[in-house]
Design a protein around this ligand. Structure first.
Ligand SMILES: [Zn+2]
Ligand SMILES: [Zn+2]
Length: 328
């Protein structure tokens, strides 16, 4: 039997359900889930902040699993192989965005753990064309956060440009991964946390941040770019204030509280404010190859599958350093 932590309606706790594992249709593979990361986007789905989820829904889009069954017309996967499943579950391949290398903006996509079932379960079916072979080194739980915090973090990081002074607002799962990449590339990382969050600040320092402080503080030098990973629109004006002329502020999350109004002078002098949506498969291939070269080590806290609600509550409450991962 397959066990799954299931969202039956938004703003209610997940409930454990059992049913036979689904059979993969043509083009799909069935995975035995080995680990599934808990992402802030899951909170937005569970809390009803993202519209029209599939219901009932199995959340989770940072999936590491083993191929258990292969559907018709799937090539390139072997039974028992370790693969990763990210947020991007399927794209149409024919819309204007898909045809111009921007499948992250596809007009009719499917998203894992949002509009198709995800990995808070012992089994999951995925479209094979959106799964990624994973190497055998590294443990399952440690790899899981790479599948979203890493991949969408990487897309945000690339959008931030090449500058050497990088601010990270919100030091959670994504920032703890991208800080390691930035330090490896010789950049200076300035980590902004909730004012007074000494645990997060010590964590950022341990990963090589050149400076740590509260989000209400100014960094010791003007930044080339800042990435806002926290879902807090009120961080946009201080981040714009912290970047130099021509600098970039990238909003890396799928959902944010409203951005307060601010003087045009904060944006003037060719500062850029932009958001990042989803990921392309090219982003995934690029980052999954780069992460081991950069020596990225994730810090994870494992939870049993049935403790998914506790993991979500700990993420909501800011009680985690690094990433929560469900291990069925
Ligand atoms: Zn499309
Ligand atoms: Zn995510």
């Amino acid at each position: 039997m397959m066990r799954a932590m299931t969202l039956e309606r938004p703003r209610s706790p997940l409930v454990l359900r059992e049913r036979p594992p689904p059979a993969p249709r043509p083009g799909e593979i069935l995975l035995a889930v080995a680990a599934c990361g808990v992402c802030r986007t899951d909170l937005h789905v569970v809390d009803g902040e993202l519209p029209d989820p599939k219901l009932p829904l199995v959340p989770g889009h940072e999936i590491v699993g083993r191929v258990a069954e292969i559907g018709a017309s799937v090539a390139g996967f072997a039974l028992g192989q370790r693969v990763g499943v990210p947020w991007l579950g399927r794209t149409c391949g024919i819309c204007a965005y898909c045809r111009t290398g921007r499948e992250n903006l596809c007009d009719t996509p499917l998203f894992t753990g949002y509009t198709r079932d995800g990995g808070y379960a012992t089994h999951v079916v995925a479209d094979a064309n959106y799964c990624f072979p994973l190497p055998e080194h590294g443990d399952d739980a440690g790899l899981a956060p790479l599948l979203c915090a890493g991949l969408i973090g990487w897309r945000s990081y690339r959008m931030a440009g090449e500058g050497s002074a990088l601010g990270l607002y919100g030091f959670g799962a994504a920032a703890h991964i991208l800080a390691q990449v930035a330090v490896w590339q010789g950049r200076r990382v300035y980590a902004f946390t909730r004012p007074g969050d000494e645990a997060a600040q010590a964590f950022a320092r341990s990963l090589g941040a050149a400076w740590v402080g509260g989000s209400d503080e100014r960094p010791p030098e003007p930044l080339d770019a800042a990435i806002i990973f926290a879902p807090v629109g009120a961080l946009v004006p201080p981040a714009l204030k912290a970047v130099k002329k021509g600098g970039r502020v990238v909003c890396g999350g799928i959902h944010m509280s409203d951005i307060p109004s601010f003087p045009y002078a904060l944006l003037w002098e060719e500062r850029h404010l932009l958001s990042v949506a989803n990921l392309t498969r090219a982003d995934a291939r690029e980052f999954l190859a780069l992460a081991p070269q950069a020596g990225v080590r994730t810090q994870v806290r494992p939870y049993p599958l049935t403790a998914a609600n506790e993991a979500l509550a700990d993420l909501r409450g800011g009680r985690l350093q690094g990433a929560a991962v469900l291990v069925p």
